[in-house]
Write a protein that binds this ligand. Structure first.
Ligand SMILES: N#Cc1cc2c(cc1C(F)(C(F)(F)F)C(F)(F)F)CC[C@H]1N(C(=O)[C@H]3CC[C@H](C(=O)O)CC3)CC[C@@]21S(=O)(=O)c1ccc(F)cc1
Length: 276
Protein backbone atom coordinates (compact mmCIF):
# COMPACT_ATOMS: atom_id res chain seq x y z
CA UNK A 1 0.00 0.00 0.00
CA UNK A 2 1.23 3.43 -0.75
CA UNK A 3 2.94 5.20 2.13
CA UNK A 4 1.58 8.50 0.89
CA UNK A 5 -1.12 8.19 3.49
CA UNK A 6 -4.50 9.75 3.17
CA UNK A 7 -4.73 9.65 -0.59
CA UNK A 8 -8.20 8.25 -1.12
CA UNK A 9 -9.46 6.91 -4.45
CA UNK A 10 -11.38 9.65 -6.23
CA UNK A 11 -15.06 9.66 -5.28
CA UNK A 12 -16.92 12.38 -7.22
CA UNK A 13 -19.70 12.57 -4.64
CA UNK A 14 -17.40 13.50 -1.79
CA UNK A 15 -15.02 15.63 -3.80
CA UNK A 16 -15.67 19.19 -2.71
CA UNK A 17 -13.80 20.62 -5.69
CA UNK A 18 -15.61 18.72 -8.43
CA UNK A 19 -17.14 21.23 -10.80
CA UNK A 20 -20.65 20.02 -9.84
CA UNK A 21 -20.21 20.72 -6.13
CA UNK A 22 -18.72 24.18 -5.68
CA UNK A 23 -17.34 25.55 -8.91
CA UNK A 24 -14.48 27.82 -7.91
CA UNK A 25 -16.29 31.11 -8.42
CA UNK A 26 -13.18 32.83 -9.63
CA UNK A 27 -9.43 32.97 -9.65
CA UNK A 28 -9.40 35.03 -6.44
CA UNK A 29 -11.01 32.12 -4.61
CA UNK A 30 -8.52 29.66 -6.11
CA UNK A 31 -5.61 31.84 -4.96
CA UNK A 32 -7.10 32.33 -1.50
CA UNK A 33 -7.55 28.57 -1.00
CA UNK A 34 -3.98 27.77 -2.12
CA UNK A 35 -2.50 30.54 0.06
CA UNK A 36 -4.50 29.28 3.05
CA UNK A 37 -3.35 25.68 2.43
CA UNK A 38 0.28 26.81 2.14
CA UNK A 39 0.07 28.64 5.46
CA UNK A 40 -1.67 25.73 7.19
CA UNK A 41 0.76 23.11 5.87
CA UNK A 42 4.06 24.86 6.55
CA UNK A 43 6.05 23.40 9.45
CA UNK A 44 7.12 26.84 10.58
CA UNK A 45 6.02 30.44 9.99
CA UNK A 46 8.44 32.82 8.30
CA UNK A 47 7.84 35.46 10.97
CA UNK A 48 8.60 32.95 13.77
CA UNK A 49 11.94 32.10 12.15
CA UNK A 50 12.84 35.75 11.63
CA UNK A 51 13.06 35.93 15.44
CA UNK A 52 15.36 32.87 15.48
CA UNK A 53 17.64 33.93 12.61
CA UNK A 54 20.65 34.57 14.86
CA UNK A 55 20.27 31.30 16.77
CA UNK A 56 23.37 29.59 15.33
CA UNK A 57 24.99 26.28 16.25
CA UNK A 58 27.94 26.49 18.67
CA UNK A 59 31.39 25.14 17.75
CA UNK A 60 30.67 22.05 19.85
CA UNK A 61 27.30 21.46 18.15
CA UNK A 62 28.91 21.81 14.71
CA UNK A 63 31.64 19.37 15.79
CA UNK A 64 28.95 16.92 16.87
CA UNK A 65 27.27 17.04 13.44
CA UNK A 66 30.63 16.75 11.67
CA UNK A 67 31.61 13.69 13.73
CA UNK A 68 28.43 11.84 12.76
CA UNK A 69 29.08 8.98 10.33
CA UNK A 70 27.91 9.39 6.73
CA UNK A 71 24.98 7.07 7.21
CA UNK A 72 23.97 8.63 10.54
CA UNK A 73 23.82 12.09 8.98
CA UNK A 74 22.00 10.85 5.88
CA UNK A 75 19.48 9.09 8.07
CA UNK A 76 19.02 12.23 10.17
CA UNK A 77 18.35 14.39 7.10
CA UNK A 78 16.12 11.73 5.54
CA UNK A 79 13.91 11.88 8.61
CA UNK A 80 13.72 15.69 8.40
CA UNK A 81 12.93 15.40 4.70
CA UNK A 82 10.20 12.83 5.30
CA UNK A 83 8.60 15.10 7.89
CA UNK A 84 8.66 18.03 5.48
CA UNK A 85 7.22 15.89 2.67
CA UNK A 86 4.26 14.85 4.84
CA UNK A 87 3.27 18.51 5.02
CA UNK A 88 3.68 18.87 1.25
CA UNK A 89 1.36 15.86 0.71
CA UNK A 90 -1.24 17.66 2.86
CA UNK A 91 -0.71 20.85 0.83
CA UNK A 92 -1.15 18.96 -2.45
CA UNK A 93 -4.41 17.36 -1.33
CA UNK A 94 -5.84 20.82 -0.71
CA UNK A 95 -4.98 22.21 -4.13
CA UNK A 96 -8.31 22.58 -5.98
CA UNK A 97 -8.51 19.74 -8.48
CA UNK A 98 -5.65 17.62 -7.14
CA UNK A 99 -8.03 15.14 -5.55
CA UNK A 100 -9.93 14.89 -8.85
CA UNK A 101 -6.84 13.23 -10.33
CA UNK A 102 -6.43 9.46 -10.22
CA UNK A 103 -4.55 8.08 -7.23
CA UNK A 104 -1.66 7.02 -9.49
CA UNK A 105 -1.38 10.51 -10.95
CA UNK A 106 -1.47 12.05 -7.46
CA UNK A 107 1.40 9.72 -6.45
CA UNK A 108 3.34 10.43 -9.68
CA UNK A 109 3.12 14.22 -9.13
CA UNK A 110 4.22 13.88 -5.49
CA UNK A 111 7.07 11.50 -6.34
CA UNK A 112 8.68 14.06 -8.62
CA UNK A 113 7.39 17.33 -7.13
CA UNK A 114 7.46 16.99 -3.33
CA UNK A 115 11.26 17.40 -3.01
CA UNK A 116 11.12 20.48 -5.23
CA UNK A 117 8.42 22.03 -3.04
CA UNK A 118 10.48 21.24 0.09
CA UNK A 119 13.48 23.04 -1.41
CA UNK A 120 11.36 26.12 -2.22
CA UNK A 121 9.93 26.07 1.31
CA UNK A 122 13.45 25.79 2.75
CA UNK A 123 14.53 28.94 0.87
CA UNK A 124 11.95 30.99 2.79
CA UNK A 125 14.04 30.56 5.95
CA UNK A 126 17.45 31.05 4.35
CA UNK A 127 19.51 33.84 5.94
CA UNK A 128 21.45 35.51 3.11
CA UNK A 129 23.53 37.60 5.55
CA UNK A 130 25.38 34.57 6.92
CA UNK A 131 24.36 31.87 4.38
CA UNK A 132 22.59 29.68 6.89
CA UNK A 133 19.54 27.43 6.57
CA UNK A 134 17.06 26.48 9.28
CA UNK A 135 17.93 22.95 10.45
CA UNK A 136 17.14 21.10 13.70
CA UNK A 137 15.79 24.26 15.32
CA UNK A 138 18.76 26.55 14.62
CA UNK A 139 20.49 28.14 11.66
CA UNK A 140 23.26 26.06 10.07
CA UNK A 141 26.02 26.88 7.60
CA UNK A 142 27.05 24.39 4.89
CA UNK A 143 29.88 23.07 7.12
CA UNK A 144 27.26 21.42 9.37
CA UNK A 145 26.47 18.96 6.55
CA UNK A 146 30.08 17.93 5.87
CA UNK A 147 29.53 14.35 7.05
CA UNK A 148 26.91 13.83 4.30
CA UNK A 149 29.92 13.60 1.94
CA UNK A 150 28.06 15.41 -0.84
CA UNK A 151 29.50 18.90 -0.71
CA UNK A 152 28.54 19.65 -4.33
CA UNK A 153 24.88 18.87 -3.63
CA UNK A 154 24.83 20.92 -0.43
CA UNK A 155 26.48 23.83 -2.26
CA UNK A 156 23.82 23.58 -4.97
CA UNK A 157 21.07 23.52 -2.31
CA UNK A 158 22.51 26.64 -0.65
CA UNK A 159 22.95 28.41 -4.00
CA UNK A 160 19.34 27.63 -4.89
CA UNK A 161 18.10 28.99 -1.55
CA UNK A 162 20.20 32.13 -2.07
CA UNK A 163 18.83 32.67 -5.61
CA UNK A 164 15.24 32.18 -4.41
CA UNK A 165 15.75 34.77 -1.64
CA UNK A 166 16.99 37.25 -4.23
CA UNK A 167 13.51 37.16 -5.83
CA UNK A 168 11.99 38.36 -2.51
CA UNK A 169 8.79 36.40 -3.13
CA UNK A 170 5.82 36.97 -0.83
CA UNK A 171 4.21 34.01 0.95
CA UNK A 172 1.27 34.29 -1.46
CA UNK A 173 3.59 34.14 -4.48
CA UNK A 174 5.42 31.15 -2.94
CA UNK A 175 2.10 29.38 -2.28
CA UNK A 176 1.05 29.65 -5.94
CA UNK A 177 4.57 28.86 -7.20
CA UNK A 178 4.83 25.66 -5.13
CA UNK A 179 1.34 24.61 -6.26
CA UNK A 180 2.51 25.04 -9.86
CA UNK A 181 5.71 23.09 -9.14
CA UNK A 182 3.51 20.20 -8.00
CA UNK A 183 0.78 20.31 -10.66
CA UNK A 184 2.98 19.75 -13.70
CA UNK A 185 1.47 17.90 -16.66
CA UNK A 186 4.96 17.24 -18.10
CA UNK A 187 5.90 14.87 -15.27
CA UNK A 188 6.70 11.27 -16.29
CA UNK A 189 4.26 8.34 -15.92
CA UNK A 190 1.00 10.31 -15.83
CA UNK A 191 -2.14 8.34 -16.79
CA UNK A 192 -4.39 11.30 -17.64
CA UNK A 193 -2.12 14.16 -18.75
CA UNK A 194 -5.09 16.15 -20.05
CA UNK A 195 -6.75 16.23 -16.65
CA UNK A 196 -3.51 17.34 -14.98
CA UNK A 197 -3.19 20.03 -17.66
CA UNK A 198 -6.62 21.44 -16.75
CA UNK A 199 -5.69 21.67 -13.06
CA UNK A 200 -2.27 23.09 -13.97
CA UNK A 201 -3.82 25.79 -16.17
CA UNK A 202 -6.01 26.98 -13.28
CA UNK A 203 -2.97 27.20 -10.99
CA UNK A 204 -1.00 29.03 -13.72
CA UNK A 205 -3.88 31.52 -13.98
CA UNK A 206 -3.68 31.96 -10.21
CA UNK A 207 0.07 32.62 -10.24
CA UNK A 208 -0.09 35.08 -13.13
CA UNK A 209 -3.06 36.77 -11.44
CA UNK A 210 -1.10 37.18 -8.18
CA UNK A 211 2.02 38.45 -9.99
CA UNK A 212 -0.02 40.89 -12.09
CA UNK A 213 -1.82 42.15 -8.98
CA UNK A 214 1.62 42.69 -7.35
CA UNK A 215 2.81 44.43 -10.52
CA UNK A 216 5.59 41.83 -10.84
CA UNK A 217 4.76 40.12 -14.15
CA UNK A 218 8.50 40.08 -14.84
CA UNK A 219 8.92 37.42 -12.10
CA UNK A 220 7.06 34.76 -14.10
CA UNK A 221 9.92 33.80 -16.43
CA UNK A 222 12.37 33.89 -13.50
CA UNK A 223 10.12 31.39 -11.69
CA UNK A 224 10.08 29.10 -14.73
CA UNK A 225 13.91 29.28 -14.77
CA UNK A 226 13.96 28.31 -11.08
CA UNK A 227 11.77 25.29 -11.91
CA UNK A 228 14.50 24.05 -14.27
CA UNK A 229 17.10 24.47 -11.49
CA UNK A 230 14.84 22.52 -9.12
CA UNK A 231 14.65 19.61 -11.57
CA UNK A 232 18.46 19.43 -11.84
CA UNK A 233 18.80 19.64 -8.03
CA UNK A 234 16.41 16.74 -7.59
CA UNK A 235 18.24 14.66 -10.23
CA UNK A 236 21.43 15.27 -8.22
CA UNK A 237 19.61 14.20 -5.03
CA UNK A 238 18.49 10.92 -6.62
CA UNK A 239 22.00 10.27 -7.97
CA UNK A 240 23.51 10.80 -4.52
CA UNK A 241 20.83 8.60 -3.01
CA UNK A 242 21.80 5.79 -5.41
CA UNK A 243 25.50 6.28 -4.54
CA UNK A 244 24.58 6.25 -0.83
CA UNK A 245 22.38 3.15 -1.01
CA UNK A 246 25.15 1.21 -2.79
CA UNK A 247 27.60 2.10 -0.03
CA UNK A 248 25.20 1.81 2.90
CA UNK A 249 22.55 -0.71 1.79
CA UNK A 250 21.54 -1.57 5.35
CA UNK A 251 20.76 2.05 6.27
CA UNK A 252 18.96 2.72 3.00
CA UNK A 253 17.04 -0.55 3.20
CA UNK A 254 15.93 -0.61 6.79
CA UNK A 255 16.62 2.74 8.47
CA UNK A 256 15.15 5.23 6.01
CA UNK A 257 11.48 6.11 6.62
CA UNK A 258 9.05 4.15 4.38
CA UNK A 259 7.66 7.35 2.87
CA UNK A 260 11.18 8.45 1.90
CA UNK A 261 11.78 5.14 0.08
CA UNK A 262 8.36 5.35 -1.56
CA UNK A 263 9.13 8.79 -2.94
CA UNK A 264 12.82 8.81 -3.72
CA UNK A 265 13.85 5.22 -4.30
CA UNK A 266 13.21 4.11 -7.86
CA UNK A 267 11.14 0.93 -7.73
CA UNK A 268 13.12 -2.22 -7.01
CA UNK A 269 16.55 -0.60 -7.16
CA UNK A 270 16.80 0.31 -3.52
CA UNK A 271 14.77 -2.44 -1.96
CA UNK A 272 11.75 -4.67 -2.48
CA UNK A 273 10.25 -3.30 0.80
CA UNK A 274 7.20 -1.25 -0.21
CA UNK A 275 4.24 -3.31 -1.42
CA UNK A 276 1.79 -1.91 -3.94
N1 LIG B 1 18.14 13.82 2.97
C1 LIG B 1 18.02 14.94 2.84
C2 LIG B 1 17.82 16.34 2.69
C3 LIG B 1 17.03 17.03 3.63
C4 LIG B 1 16.78 18.38 3.51
C5 LIG B 1 17.27 19.08 2.38
C6 LIG B 1 18.10 18.42 1.47
C7 LIG B 1 18.38 17.07 1.62
C8 LIG B 1 19.31 16.35 0.64
F1 LIG B 1 18.91 15.07 0.47
C9 LIG B 1 19.30 16.87 -0.76
F2 LIG B 1 19.92 18.00 -0.85
F3 LIG B 1 19.90 15.95 -1.51
F4 LIG B 1 18.06 16.99 -1.15
C10 LIG B 1 20.75 16.36 1.22
F5 LIG B 1 21.12 17.61 1.38
F6 LIG B 1 20.73 15.73 2.40
F7 LIG B 1 21.57 15.74 0.41
C11 LIG B 1 16.84 20.50 2.14
C12 LIG B 1 15.47 20.73 2.75
C13 LIG B 1 15.60 20.54 4.25
N2 LIG B 1 14.29 20.71 4.89
C14 LIG B 1 13.79 21.97 5.18
O1 LIG B 1 14.46 22.97 4.97
C15 LIG B 1 12.35 22.11 5.66
C16 LIG B 1 11.52 22.50 4.45
C17 LIG B 1 10.04 22.70 4.81
C18 LIG B 1 9.91 23.80 5.86
C19 LIG B 1 8.42 24.04 6.18
O2 LIG B 1 7.56 23.21 5.82
O3 LIG B 1 8.11 25.09 6.78
C20 LIG B 1 10.71 23.37 7.12
C21 LIG B 1 12.20 23.18 6.76
C22 LIG B 1 13.64 19.46 5.16
C23 LIG B 1 14.71 18.40 4.99
C24 LIG B 1 16.01 19.12 4.61
S1 LIG B 1 17.13 19.25 6.03
O4 LIG B 1 16.55 20.19 6.93
O5 LIG B 1 17.43 17.93 6.47
C25 LIG B 1 18.56 19.93 5.29
C26 LIG B 1 19.53 19.06 4.76
C27 LIG B 1 20.66 19.60 4.12
C28 LIG B 1 20.78 21.00 4.02
F8 LIG B 1 21.86 21.52 3.42
C29 LIG B 1 19.81 21.86 4.55
C30 LIG B 1 18.69 21.31 5.16
Amino acid sequence: SHELMGIHPYNPLEDTYSIYAHPLRNIDELCASIVRSHRETSQCRVEELQALRWKLFSREEIQAYQSKTVDEMWQHCAIQLTDAVQYVVEFAKRIPGFRMLSQNDQIALLKTGSMEVVLVRMSRYFNTENNTVFFDGKFAGAEVFKSLACGDLIAAVFDFAHDMCALKLTEQQIALFTALVLINADRPCLEDRGRVQRVQRNVELGLTHILHRDNQDNLLHKLYQRMAVLRSLCRLHIEKLHWFSQRYPLTAHSLFPPLYKELFASEGELLPGTTH
